[in-house]
Design a protein around this ligand. Structure first.
Ligand SMILES: [Zn+2]
Ligand SMILES: [Zn+2]
Length: 279
């Protein structure tokens, strides 16, 4: 696979696309502008990591075995300060409460999210402040995970796993790419941004593969993004269809298609993975 994140230019493309889409999709503009600012902070961390002495390529074990909290923690305070300036409440409040905590309490959400990235989704009982802290930790860990993933020896996983073959996290968006007369599908990881091949008709949440129980919908507002729903587990995830446009950046275009989230929720579907603006 050669569609993996490509360092600084990949971040530049995301920031550019978020700014561009914010001017085209006013409905989602607030989230897109927020994401552009977050991506700038994440890019800074990524660039700093790239400037540290090169670590050997890793070919074995899960990417998540490689967390080095002590090396990462000094970057957390400036990140929190940066997010505090741009985030809406309660995220801004969480940056302040985390900044006031000392080690090891401050690193707790980092370790929790690294251990269980799905914890950022929370549930009905999850306290709002805790969820905001996990969300901050997730945003902070994204460039780190992407940096590690870029140094992981590539391999093709057995079959088509529903979780990231490098780090075990949920997919955040699907991608359809032109292939022959049709399209191939892949998924992009919510934590390390790795993209891996996936089956066209298969629910990444429950494994449903009967076509009668799977459907997708799109709308005129942003026709190259669609929502894939599963009627067995009532879960949805969006896919960006690159057969319809060549200039999309999937994780950014996913944010622009906010209207599809609202539609899916109205129909009673639950999102498989929350995105970086909390939708
Ligand atoms: Zn991953
Ligand atoms: Zn399902």
């Amino acid at each position: 696979m050669n569609r993996q994140p490509g360092g600084k230019s990949a971040w530049d493309a995301r920031i550019r696309q978020a700014t561009e889409l914010a001017s085209i999709h006013p409905f989602a503009a607030e989230g897109l502008r927020f994401y552009a600012q977050i991506a700038m902070l994440e890019q800074k961390i990524y660039m700093e990591l790239e400037q540290t002495p090169a670590r050997p390529r890793s070919s074995d074990g899960m990417l998540r075995d490689q967390l080095n909290v002590s090396a990462l923690l000094p970057k957390f305070s400036p990140f929190l300060t940066g997010v505090g300036h741009i985030a809406p409440p309660p995220l801004a409040q969480a940056t302040r409460s985390l900044a006031e905590k000392s080690f090891p309490s401050r690193s707790r959400p980092i370790e929790d999210v690294w251990e269980s990235p799905e914890a950022v989704n929370g549930n009905d009982e999850t306290e709002e402040g805790l969820l905001a802290e996990r969300c901050l930790a997730w945003l902070f860990l994204q460039p780190y995970a992407e940096y590690l993933a870029a140094r992981q020896t590539r391999f093709l996983p057995d079959g088509t796993p529903s979780r990231c073959p490098l780090c075990g996290s949920n997919p955040i968006v699907g991608v359809l790419r032109p292939e022959g007369d049709g399209a191939s599908k892949s998924l992009i990881c919510m934590l390390c941004a790795h993209e891996w091949p996936f089956r066209r008709i298969y629910c990444p949440s429950c494994g449903e593969e009967r076509e009668t129980n799977m459907a997708f919908y799109s709308g005129p507002e942003i026709p190259h993004v669609r929502v894939d729903v599963c009627d067995t587990c009532r879960t949805y995830l969006k896919s960006v269809d690159l057969t319809k446009t060549g200039i999309a950046v999937p994780i950014v275009d996913e944010l622009a298609a906010l209207v599809l989230d609202l539609w899916a929720r109205e129909q009673g579907y639950r999102k498989l993975q929350m995105n970086v603006v909390g939708i």
